[in-house]
Ligand binder design. Structure first.
Ligand SMILES: [Zn+2]
Length: 70
């Protein structure tokens, strides 16, 4: 099921890494994934219950299709 976040909330959420870049819904390989992906460092963060973003670096993961910044 796709993430169902309020667009206003999504607009103010930012990556917890130093880049604090905007997040987009889904992962590079699955736009419908229950996750948010940083537009800068490409870390992905899961979204619990399709509405609770877990924006913790310790919980971040890289989608196999995402390339970490060099
Ligand atoms: Zn980031």
């Amino acid at each position: 099921m796709a993430v169902n976040l309020d667009p206003t909330l999504l607009a103010v959420l930012a990556c917890p890494s130093e880049d604090h870049a905007p997040l987009v819904v889904g992962t590079p390989s699955n736009p419908d994934a229950a996750a948010l992906t940083c537009t800068h460092c490409r870390r992905s963060f899961r979204v619990d219950d399709d509405r609770v973003p877990v924006l913790l670096l310790a919980e971040a993961f890289y989608d196999p299709a995402a390339k970490p910044p060099s």
